[in-house]
Write a protein that binds this ligand. Structure first.
Ligand SMILES: [Zn+2]
Length: 279
């Protein structure tokens, strides 16, 4: 793309989850479930999409609540976003913006490791995290992840023209026009995807809209554990399934123009990062 503000993308796995479910989640044994984050080098600094779990979570996993018993995160500092950013030769200060698909504990844990970054999120998701309702929301959001009072930038649901039929917010505060927020409702109150216009077309980080790459196939496959997990994790189950189907149709119809990945798709992560997730 001529004059693009996007210089490079780095695919980071910012926590390997190791649920003891054999092949039943993503057809891999032992089961390894990534937390796929993207670090974008732009003409005006680094932008991080989602943060995985952070250094303090690695040190004190009890702050993740009872979810840690199911997801069994690998507690390795080297998998945090901050350590991977440093390994690439940057510092925490270079990450000026973090865009959150949503604020679940396995996505927001790294926010405290970038205390100077502006944190972009849909207003509705911010409100859910600050004032959670009921058991599910009280478990999915962890106050420790924003105890340092991040510099939040929240967006009201005033949408620009749709992105492939989905509501979208363009011109994010201080960010290049190639990065937009795409509303993907169902998983949490204000769940969004982040679409990046690259030289190869659009790349959509679809957050937790789906969990396994074959759910986006011509003949979609949902494994038994993904099926169960979706029932438990989605706030609006039917709405989330509609979002997933709409997304699948868009991706299948626009194969050349749109590529998609989800937060926990291990196979997608390996193919985009050209690395293997460690057993
Ligand atoms: Zn997640």
């Amino acid at each position: 793309m001529a004059n693009s503000n996007i210089i490079a993308l780095h695919h980071l796995n910012c926590c390997t989850n190791r649920p003891g479910v054999g092949r039943l989640f993503n057809e891999r044994k032992p089961c390894r479930v990534v937390s796929h984050c993207i670090l974008i080098e732009t003409g005006s600094g680094l932008v991080l999409i989602d943060t995985g779990i952070g250094l303090d979570d690695m040190k004190h996993p009890e702050r993740l609540g009872f979810m840690k018993i199911f997801i069994r995160p690998r507690l390795d500092d080297n998998e945090t976003a901050i350590r991977q950013v440093q390994k690439l030769g940057f510092s925490a200060h270079d990450v000026q913006h973090i865009i959150m698909t949503h604020l679940d504990l396995d996505h927001a844990g790294g926010i405290p490791d970038f205390p100077h970054a502006k944190v972009h999120v849909l207003q509705r998701e911010y409100e859910a995290a600050m004032m959670p309702h009921g058991f599910k929301e009280n478990e999915r959001y962890r106050k420790a992840h924003w105890a340092h009072s991040p510099d939040w930038i929240t967006y009201k649901e005033q949408y620009n023209e749709p992105w492939f039929g989905f509501d979208s917010i363009k011109q994010l505060n201080g960010l290049p026009p190639e990065i937009i927020l795409v509303r993907l409702p169902g998983h949490s109150r204000g769940h969004c995807g982040v679409a990046i216009h690259t030289s190869d077309g659009w790349l959509l980080h679809a957050g937790d809209s789906y969990y396994f790459h074959k759910q986006m196939h011509d003949i979609p496959i949902t494994t038994p554990m993904v099926y169960l997990f979706q029932r438990f994790a989605h706030r609006h189950y039917q709405q989330a399934l509609q979002t997933k189907e709409k997304l699948r149709n868009i991706v299948l119809k626009n194969k050349k123009e749109v590529k998609v990945l989800c937060s926990h798709g291990t196979q997608e992560f390996e193919s985009l990062s050209r690395t293997q997730v460690q057993v």
